[in-house]
Design a protein around this ligand. Structure first.
Ligand SMILES: Cc1cc2nc3c(=O)[nH]c(=O)nc-3n(C[C@H](O)[C@H](O)[C@H](O)COP(=O)(O)OP(=O)(O)OC[C@H]3O[C@@H](n4cnc5c(N)ncnc54)[C@H](O)[C@@H]3O)c2cc1C
Ligand SMILES: NC(=O)c1ccc[n+]([C@@H]2O[C@H](COP(=O)([O-])OP(=O)(O)OC[C@H]3O[C@@H](n4cnc5c(N)ncnc54)[C@H](O)[C@@H]3O)[C@@H](O)[C@H]2O)c1
Length: 442
């Protein structure tokens, strides 16, 4: 028998779950179909578990930076214990998320969602009919199509490793490659990061990316830039990555060369939903080429960063839209951070794009000797802020520091609210804090 709903959501991740709760507040009938872990990527195999494992990096790095400045003795990461600490958080997530949906009156299906030839949704043996459908199926790791690709592990495997091998390699210098390389190095592994050109983290200010690479290299990450991995072979217990004039034996190799949208098994051809290589094509109301089907979150084809707060923002937009709002979606400034020691954060007009001219002022600050950074002997702290001269507002910023996350969030609020620098400087902020430093940055 077919079950009828106001809205059927494909994917129970950040976007899908958040929209389902909002729609229940509008008394709509809602179904969520999830074929893996409820909660999706971010809390199960993405942001949150990564950040928990990164606490190993944060603690060991602070102790190491402070050696000879009042701190003696070293600390080290116990990987199995750290993993247990992570699992205590992640293991209950899926059930808790599903139970939260159920107690809010959402029908949940732990099945693979697929549009059938009648244009209805198959969820295992159950057929679901929605007045509207929302595709929120996210992305999965891309695996490079090279001989030996079966030996690649993914970020999901890394975040669940019982034991960390002695020598690990990441192929692909994006967010995930840099973040996991930092975690593995701090946990004591020998780490290689292989990238096919000389522009890793290409969306960030390359001058600060270069500083980040210099710092990670000093800490022991072995960078192989302009290097194409052409094949992987197994030799005994190890894997050998090879290419032109390149040979690298390693214990475990992770493909961190991007992610691809989960669109291929949804039966989208049965409902006329158009996709491209970046995901589902939508208009400025997140509507697909089928007027009853919408898409949001990582699965959408977009040049915007694919991040948890963006997925949540799109879910909020669709909740208002289904409640009668008609305006197109309008994005605010999207802050993005590559976490590590230091973290690299960016928001608004990139400092690499803005030139110091009659319209913009580009302020570059080396903050390393500032009080906040001296305190914990932070070895590298730099910021570039782009200011609109006429409006006297901040329009963009890139920050490289252990505290980049705090600074970028404050600068994001200034950008969104178009806050005059003079007005910000009138605020009384608690001192001494990283936030109070912003007044010296702008
Ligand atoms: C290692 C890693 C670290 C990250 N770190 C950060 C970070 O620090 N900050 C940040 O903002 N973002 C981070 N992200 C990105 C963030 O996780 C995503 O942007 C966010 O999860 C997107 O939410 P979503 O709901 O669109 O997709 P997802 O959370 O991926 O949810 C999609 C859900 O759909 C399900 N699904 C797929 N196909 C089907 C199907 N056919 N039927 C039923 N269910 C299906 C999937 O199982 C999944 O649960 C990270 C990602 C990774 C991989
Ligand atoms: N801190 C965060 O917010 C965070 C963390 C992790 C992931 N994410 C999200 O997940 C997405 C995916 O992350 P990602 O790091 O997998 O992708 P990414 O797109 O950031 O990086 C992939 C990198 O791999 C490189 N690459 C491509 N082909 C290659 C090849 N053949 N050999 C070597 N390198 C190659 C690309 O040039 C790119 O730099 C991000 O774009 C982001 O939206 C966000």
């Amino acid at each position: 028998m077919t079950k009828q709903y106001d809205v059927v959501i494909l994917g129970g991740g950040v976007a899908g779950g958040s929209l389902a709760h909002s729609l229940r507040r509008q008394h709509k009938t809602v179904a969520v179909v999830e074929d893996n872990l409820f909660g999706g990527t971010c809390p199960n195999r993405g942001c949150d578990p990564k950040k928990i494992l990164m606490s190993g990096l944060e603690v060991t790095q602070v102790v190491s930076d402070m050696q000879g400045n009042g701190i003696t003795g070293s600390v080290s990461v116990n990987w199995p214990d750290l993993m247990r600490h992570k699992r205590q958080y992640t293991n209950p997530i899926s059930d808790a998320t599903r139970n939260g949906l159920i107690s809010d009156g959402v029908d949940t299906y732990h099945e693979h969602a697929h549009f059938n030839s009648d244009g209805l949704l198959d969820a295992g043996n159950q057929i679901l009919a929605g007045k509207q459908y929302v595709i929120a199926t996210g992305q999965r790791p891309a695996i490079l199509a090279i001989p030996g690709s079966q030996f690649f592990k993914t970020s999901t495997d890394f975040l669940n490793l019982d034991n960390l091998p002695k020598d690990v390699t990441f192929v692909g210098g994006g967010y995930i490659g840099f973040e996991l390389a930092g975690i593995a190095r701090a946990a004591g592994a020998t780490v290689h990061l292989v990238h096919h050109n000389n522009r890793p983290l290409k969306q960030f200010d390359q001058q600060l990316v270069y500083e980040e690479i210099k710092r990670l290299s000093k800490l022991g990450v072995d960078f192989h830039l302009n290097t194409d991995v052409e094949k992987i072979t197994q030799v005994g217990e190890q894997f050998v990555l090879s290419g032109e004039k390149f040979r690298l034996p390693t214990d475990m190799v992770f493909c961190t060369a991007g992610r691809i949208p989960n669109v291929d098994t949804l039966g989208l051809e049965n409902v006329g939903v158009k996709v491209d290589q970046h995901g589902v094509i939508v208009d400025d109301h997140l509507k697909t080429s089928n007027p009853n089907i919408f898409a949001m979150g990582d699965v959408v084809s977009t040049k915007r960063p694919k991040l948890t707060p963006v997925a949540g923002f799109e879910a909020g937009y669709l909740a208002s839209y289904f409640n009668g709002a008609t305006d197109p979606i309008q994005f605010k400034a999207i802050p993005t951070i590559v976490f590590g020691q230091p973290s690299l954060g960016q928001v608004g007009l990139p400092s690499s794009v803005a030139t110091d001219d009659s319209r913009y002022m580009l302020i570059t600050n080396d903050m390393t000797k500032w009080y906040s950074y001296h305190r914990l002997n932070e070895p590298l702290a730099k910021a570039k802020v782009v200011i609109d001269r006429d409006a006297e507002t901040v329009v963009g910023a890139t920050v490289l520091s252990n505290h980049a996350d705090y600074l970028i969030n404050i600068l994001t609020m200034m950008i969104d609210q178009q806050m005059k620098i003079g007005d910000f400087n009138q605020q009384i902020l608690a001192y001494p804090t990283v936030a109070s430093d912003v007044q010296y940055l702008i």
